[in-house]
Design a protein around this ligand. Structure first.
Ligand SMILES: [Zn+2]
Length: 552
């Protein structure tokens, strides 16, 4: 049995062995200085095509006295080296002669790193990028902004980095959390990842998940509130005001700088978990709806997302959004849709997606690496298919696993959660369906652990990752209790405060031509606990309360 992850497309076994000359396993550093490897030839083979794939394919030919890697592109040659590197960490220094012909199952093989909840340094990101490269993953999706932190320098809005990256505590502990990437840091990460065959995709989440930006520039919100960078987990109700022109200017300005920093074909603009609590009672948003003939707050959200998609496209880039962002139409054609909950309202989702959306599968049930092993064990990860059952195969762009970090404070914990599950996931992304068998993967795990350890990574203990009734119970209770923090009582109270202010404003402006507050609100993506509170009577002045941090 060949010990490589992910398993190659085709293997032709030969006779004899190639002894690895340096008496140790190869490393990525050897690839960077491959001219020293006099026994290894990289051969540019422009005509090499393996089952219709040319740009990432390679052929690895291991003979008794030398090794040759044929590839049409630099990235194909790199993948050939990765396979050789893995082989060199086994067989006691003697690699069996063989010919491997290999190509990926999906072109888009992604890993999302959330640097917003906890910041990861350039050094940490590079170490993770090396790990992704070893698994032939070719997209690093950086979730750069969220309610809990803004982690990229934007020259036109300097407070985003200097103030928006300062979080006074997290759900995990009471420690201060800070840090951001300068524009030079980003360029360094992008250049480094490029040498590893990895495209870095930036995500600037909008119009929700922006409290860190509102903490810097209150005018970007509906009610100009003085808010802190969110301390607790969960999607916050204060979002970008989609009625103000200044919001669109802000979004365009940020995208302009992001386009210059990242050479990726893609820009992710989020669009998920958009609470419309503020939108429903905001005079600016209502005026915008009236001007544009939009019938609901949700329509205004779609209007916003489509405007941002169009802007990204005008820059020659392809937008990616979370699948709840907007329906498909001519504006969003070409957009990639990242689906994280494919079984939720599956019938409606199937109908929408099969209208021509190109989809990235990020099914949270097996592709979210922050889920503890007792909830998503290694066998479940391995056996979950990469494809979405109801989706036409030609609409599958690929697969992306996600590491959300509210409870992941450092690289050590990140690696603990990522390994060994990344080994299982990369095989789902790369290897053809017929060769993927749990028993075969399980038999390779001993070697896989040794290989990862010798390359400087510390996976979770194997016994912790396999199906286990005890861990299932303990992790299940712990994990579910975390969700109590997602949308707590503080939001309900906070919503009531804002609603009172809106009502008061509306009363003082009744002689003006402002449209009246709604008595009902269209069903939102998320439950809106404050909806009915917009109609309550309370004469208390809440301006003072609003100036303080929201209760969390
Ligand atoms: Zn507004």
């Amino acid at each position: 049995m060949i010990r490589v992850v992910p398993l190659p497309y085709k293997i032709i076994e030969g006779n004899g062995y190639f002894p690895v000359p340096m008496g140790r396993g190869l490393t990525l550093d050897d690839f960077d200085h491959s001219a020293r490897l006099t026994w290894l030839d990289f051969i540019k083979s422009e005509n090499l095509v393996i089952d219709n794939v040319s740009d990432e394919c390679y052929k690895l030919d291991i003979k008794e006295n030398r090794v040759k890697i044929y590839a049409p592109t630099a990235v194909g040659a790199f993948y050939g080296f990765i396979t050789l590197m893995q082989l060199s960490h086994t067989y006691e220094g003697k690699i069996p002669c063989m010919i491997i012909e290999d190509k990926p199952l999906y072109r888009y093989r992604g890993f999302l790193l959330d640097v917003a909840r906890y910041f990861f340094s350039v050094k940490d990101v590079k170490k993770l990028a090396d790990l992704l490269a070893i698994h032939k993953i070719n997209k690093l999706h950086l979730h750069l902004t969220d309610d809990q932190g803004w982690r990229v320098e934007i020259k036109k809005y300097p407070l985003l980095a200097t103030h928006g990256s300062e979080r006074s505590r997290t759900n995990l502990n009471l420690k201060r959390q800070s840090g951001f990437f300068t524009q030079n840091d980003i360029r360094e990460i992008v250049a480094y990842c490029k040498t590893r065959g990895i495209e870095v995709i930036p995500e600037i989440d909008m119009p929700g998940h922006v409290q860190s930006a509102l903490a810097c520039y209150p005018y970007l919100g509906c009610f100009d509130r003085n808010l802190p960078v969110a301390k607790s987990w969960g999607a916050k109700h204060d979002i970008l005001c989609m009625g103000k022109e200044s919001t669109y200017r802000f979004a365009y300005d940020v995208i302009d700088e992001i386009v210059d920093l990242f050479d990726s074909q893609y820009i992710h603009i989020g669009g998920d978990e958009v609470y419309l609590t503020r939108t429903a009672i905001c005079p600016h948003c209502r005026q915008k709806m009236q001007e544009e003939g939009l019938e609901s707050e949700k329509q205004l959200k779609y209007y916003f997302i489509k405007k941002i998609c169009s802007y990204v496209q005008s820059k020659g880039k392809t937008p990616i959004v979370w699948n709840v962002a907007a329906p498909i139409d001519e504006t969003t054609t070409g957009t990639l849709w990242q689906v994280w909950e494919p079984t939720h309202d599956a019938k409606a989702l199937a109908s929408e997606l099969n209208r021509g959306k190109l989809v990235i599968n990020s099914d949270s049930t097996h592709l979210y690496l922050d889920f503890p092993y007792g909830v998503t064990n290694l066998e479940k990860t391995y056996n979950s298919p990469p494809e979405i059952e109801y989706l036409a195969p030609d609409l599958m762009a690929g697969v992306e696993c996600c590491l959300w970090t509210e409870y992941v404070p450092d690289l050590k914990k990140a690696i603990f959660l990522t390994l060994p599950r990344l080994g299982a996931i990369c095989e789902n992304m790369w290897s053809p369906k017929g060769v993927r068998l749990w028993g075969n993967f399980k038999a390779r795990l001993g070697w896989y652990y040794d290989c990862m350890t010798s390359l400087g990574y510390e996976p979770a203990p194997l016994g912790r990752t396999l199906p286990n009734a005890y861990y299932s119970l303990v992790d299940g209770v712990k994990w579910n209790s975390r969700w109590l923090h997602w949308d707590g009582l503080h939001n309900t109270i906070d919503n009531a405060l804002v609603a009172r202010k809106a009502k008061k404003q509306a009363q003082t402006q009744q002689t003006d031509s402002q449209p009246p507050l709604p008595t009902t609100n269209e069903s939102d993506d998320v439950d809106d606990a404050s909806e009915n509170l917009t109609q309550t009577n309370d004469d208390k002045d809440i301006d003072t309360a609003e100036e303080t941090d929201p209760i969390e």
